[in-house]
Design a protein around this ligand. Structure first.
Ligand SMILES: Nc1ncnc2c1ncn2[C@@H]1O[C@H](COP(=O)(O)OP(=O)(O)OP(=O)(O)O)[C@@H](O)[C@H]1O
Length: 326
């Protein structure tokens, strides 16, 4: 039984077209012209309870639009959506209590004059959380998100990383079962990013929440998601695991060999040298050839260490965005 179902989901925005210049501006007042932007086209997928799915694609691919459709902020042009048994755009109370949309670009909405504690208390009232559940959730979230020093501070005075932590606490206070996370690490420094990733991994594991996550940082996806949905030009291009995508897009693996006494001529026959220095060599080898190349290296050079690696995910995804998956 899936908790999220999108079937032939389509969203077309109608945008006014205006030519430059005063005459054209005046003419457009009398006779408006429009054009269609096909943001999402016949997108279909299902997500099972407890799955953590990475939703990736280049700028303008349709990720945010899909997230807004799934969380009921937009009404689709056509197609069917079912989240926790509800039709999102109807925005029924039990649906709203079952999901959260968290956007890295806008982690905390509402009045920025409130203190963090006041905002959390206000959220308790909005979502009708009992005092007992509130106290328990607050204690857990304060601990996991290190909120203690922030509780008495005003929202407007928080840094971006602090806002994201508070945004997560506000969203999770009512314990939604489905999370739509749109760029949760956007603009954060290395340590804030690591905190958010750690928190999300722990949260998913402890609560079994279902998560759909967009990010332009492949490390987010790599560390958190077992399954990837790749969307481009509004259409799903790939739905599957990361290693499968890697294998499909990159027919090579990398062999990293540490052999301080070896010379270039000893190593070169095993594969194409793509990096060298400090007695370490990185060779690019066709996948089917890895066993042969490894055996050849071990028999011909004095190997101190050897590792077979997948190519960097960033490179694989960049290729998928540029050249497609055909
Ligand atoms: N309110 C809107 N009105 C008109 N067109 C829109 C609107 N919102 C998005 N679009 C267009 O729809 C397409 C998909 O945009 P969307 O924001 O869903 O992409 P995205 O994958 O989230 O991109 P990014 O990674 O840059 O955030 C783009 O061409 C965008 O310009």
């Amino acid at each position: 039984m899936s908790v999220v179902v999108a079937q032939d989901l389509t969203m077309t925005y109608r945008v006014p077209v205006r030519a430059g210049g005063l005459a054209a501006a005046l003419a457009s007042v009398v006779r408006r012209r429009y054009r269609d932007v096909h943001a999402v086209r016949r997108v279909s997928f299902e997500i099972a309870p407890g799955e953590v799915v990475g939703f990736i694609g280049p700028n303008g691919a349709g990720k945010t639009t899909t997230m807004k459709l799934l969380s009921g902020l937009l009404h689709p042009t056509s197609g069917r959506i079912d989240v926790l048994g509800f039709t999102p755009w109807q925005r029924r109370a039990p649906f709203l209590k079952g999901i959260a949309l968290i956007r890295g670009s806008q982690p905390v909405g509402g009045s920025q004059e409130l203190t963090v504690l006041d905002a959390l208390d206000y959220q308790r009232l909005l979502y009708d959380v009992t005092r007992g559940d509130y106290q328990q959730a607050l204690t857990e979230l304060t601990d996991l998100l290190e909120l203690e020093p922030l509780l008495e501070r005003q929202l407007r005075a928080l840094s971006l990383g602090e806002k994201m932590r508070v945004g997560l606490a506000l969203a999770l206070l009512y314990r939604p079962r489905v999370l739509f996370l749109d760029e949760p690490t956007l603009g954060l420094d290395v340590s804030a990013t690591a905190t958010i990733r750690r928190f999300l991994a722990t949260h998913a594991e402890q609560t079994g929440a279902t998560i759909l996550l967009t990010s332009h940082y492949m490390a987010d996806v790599q560390q958190l998601c077992e399954r990837l949905l790749l969307i481009d030009h509004g259409e799903v291009q790939y739905d599957g695991s990361l290693p499968e995508l890697s294998a499909r897009l990159s027919p090579f693996k990398l062999i990293r060999v540490s052999a301080p006494s070896a010379r270039r001529d000893d190593v070169e026959p095993a594969g194409e040298i793509v990096q060298t220095g400090n007695g370490t060599w990185v060779l690019r080898v066709p996948r089917a050839d890895v066993a042969r190349a490894t055996a050849a290296l071990l028999s011909t050079v004095d190997v101190a260490d050897l590792a077979v690696e997948e190519p960097a995910l960033e490179d694989v995804i960049d290729r998928a965005y540029r050249d497609g998956l055909a």
